[in-house]
Design a protein. Structure first.
Length: 360
């Protein structure tokens, strides 16, 4: 565009110059002639006309060039404004695109987080539902077991107490009734203690009273006590290669575990023997209660430590004994399990740390 305008201006200048060149030559000759003749006034006027003619031509050319330059400048300025506006529109578009991208990303991460929270909430809800169903199941099992287990000793207490009130009964009958009443009283007391234990041990803030205890002496005492009050013909024995083993524990809770395991073994071992053993393995005391009874099928091992689990519905008990043992051993820092390699009966093994522990 600029080249065309410059060409037109140059062409117009040449044309104007050629048109006025002939007139200017005539005026110049006239002026020179007047000067030679001494007619200075005429020569002056002729030169004045020649000067005005040149001025008009150049003024016309220059004004035309200025107008063309002004038009060119206006065109350039308009193009510059168009470019600025285009750049501004491009900047707006990029800004809007970035803003929309940021909004999309924020929405994406927000919905992703909400979806994750929703998944966690659903998982917790499902766990709560399973726990509620398990609680209802445990409640039903508990009521079923307790109704049977409590009714049996209560009926015995009521029946044999009424016999003692009869006239004319002999001393042997009185002693027999007294033994039966004492046995069923102990059984009822054990049922109540089991229920109390299972409710207390679940509490996080239940206190255990730790103190130094000779585990060998405690085992001997438990075996001697159980041998006197056993309701089986099986022998109850204690074996260990240790003369003494001092551990930091709650002796009453540890004694409760040992008694529960031996009582549980005596229910299924009518003949043979029940052996409590103790040995040291590294920084742990390892206890084992082994019997020669009917044993437990391998497929039932996973159910042994569940609450209210009774593998033999005819056997006495609430199904809480092994569950209580596991809770106590866990709180004391050990672990308990059944030995799957032993096949001549059942063997329960649990460990207990030797050193002091700051919390239980």
């Amino acid at each position: 565009m600029k080249k065309k305008l410059l060409g037109l201006i140059l062409f117009w200048g040449l044309f104007a110059f050629s048109a006025t060149a002939s007139d200017s030559v005539l005026l110049r000759q006239k002026a020179q002639h007047a000067t030679e003749e001494g007619n200075y006034e005429e020569a002056y006027q002729t030169y004045q006309k020649l000067s005005n003619q040149y001025d008009s031509v150049y003024q016309h050319v220059y004004s035309k060039e200025i107008e063309d330059l002004r038009a060119t400048y206006q065109i350039d300025e308009l193009e510059l404004k168009n470019k600025e506006q285009a750049n501004r529109l491009l900047s707006y578009f990029i800004g809007i695109a970035l803003l929309l991208s940021a909004v999309v990303l924020i929405c994406f991460f927000f919905f992703r987080r909400q979806n994750k929270l929703l998944t966690i909430s659903r998982k917790k809800l499902e766990e709560a539902r399973i726990m509620a169903e398990e609680s209802v199941k445990n409640k039903s099992l508990f009521l079923s077991n307790m109704s049977h287990e409590v009714r049996t000793p209560l009926n015995a207490l009521a029946g044999f107490s009424s016999i003692l009130s009869m006239d004319g009964i002999d001393d042997d009958t009185i002693r027999e009734c007294d033994d039966i009443i004492r046995l069923n009283s102990d059984l009822l007391l054990k049922l109540i203690n089991d229920v109390v234990d299972i409710s207390c041990i679940d509490l996080e803030h239940m206190e255990f009273h730790l103190a130094s205890c000779d585990a060998v002496a405690l085992c001997k005492y438990v075996v001697q006590t159980m041998e006197k009050i056993k309701h089986t013909q099986a022998d109850i024995l204690f074996t260990s290669n240790l003369d003494s083993l001092v551990i930091d524990t709650d002796s009453s809770r540890l004694q409760q575990v040992l008694i529960n395991l031996i009582v549980n073994a005596s229910k299924f071992t009518k003949q043979g023997k029940i052996t409590l053993s103790l040995e040291r393995k590294g920084e742990e005391a390892c206890f084992a209660v082994t019997d020669t009874g009917c044993g437990i099928a391998p497929e039932l091992h996973s159910r042994l430590f569940g609450r209210f689990e009774k593998l033999d519905e005819k056997a006495q008990g609430t199904g809480l004994g092994l569950s209580i043992c596991r809770l106590i051993i866990k709180r004391l820092g050990g672990d308990i399990s059944i030995d799957p390699s032993y096949t001549d009966g059942a063997r329960f093994v649990f460990t207990h740390p030797l050193g002091e522990r700051s919390e239980v």
